[in-house]
Design a protein around this ligand. Structure first.
Ligand SMILES: [Zn+2]
Ligand SMILES: [Zn+2]
Length: 143
């Protein structure tokens, strides 16, 4: 059985990526870092095993910015468009949902909701920071 592949690209198209299979998790991150990096109020994330994510074109155009050891942020050097963020301590890669439009985005949770500037009343769990298994408090807060 071959797994489904989803194609994505940066803003200018110089860099192309694929992700294969299904994401390990998907949701919204409301943290200040995501806000400043994305220039949007929330980050719609999909998390993948590193082996599921491939740069298929323009690998030499991929830039990287590390603000902390948790996040290695990848972007296109030509257009500045964002691609994905590697999270080495979790062994997961966040491929921004908007970069892979053919994947049906099914958010399951909200993280870093204590920092929200865009409250979203969708009935999904809202973690104050992040789930326990990822090193957070695991604490939930009301909508
Ligand atoms: Zn580009
Ligand atoms: Zn975030």
């Amino acid at each position: 059985m071959s797994e489904i592949k989803y194609a994505g690209k940066c803003f200018c198209g110089a860099v192309e990526i694929t992700v294969t299979g299904e994401p390990a998790a998907a949701g919204f991150c409301h943290c200040g870092s995501c806000r400043l990096w994305s220039a949007g109020p929330v980050n719609a994330f999909t998390l993948w095993a590193p082996s599921a994510v491939k740069v298929t074109k323009g690998a030499d155009q991929v830039g990287v910015f590390n603000k902390s050891q948790l996040s290695s942020r990848k972007f296109c050097k030509s257009c500045g468009g964002h691609l994905f963020t590697e999270h080495p301590p979790w062994n997961l890669i966040d491929v921004y949902a908007a970069v892979i439009p053919t994947l049906r985005f099914e958010p399951k949770l909200h993280v870093n909701y204590q920092d929200t500037v865009l409250p979203m009343k969708d009935g999904k769990p809202k973690f104050r920071d992040i789930p326990k298994e990822m090193g957070g408090s695991g604490e939930l807060i009301a909508e």
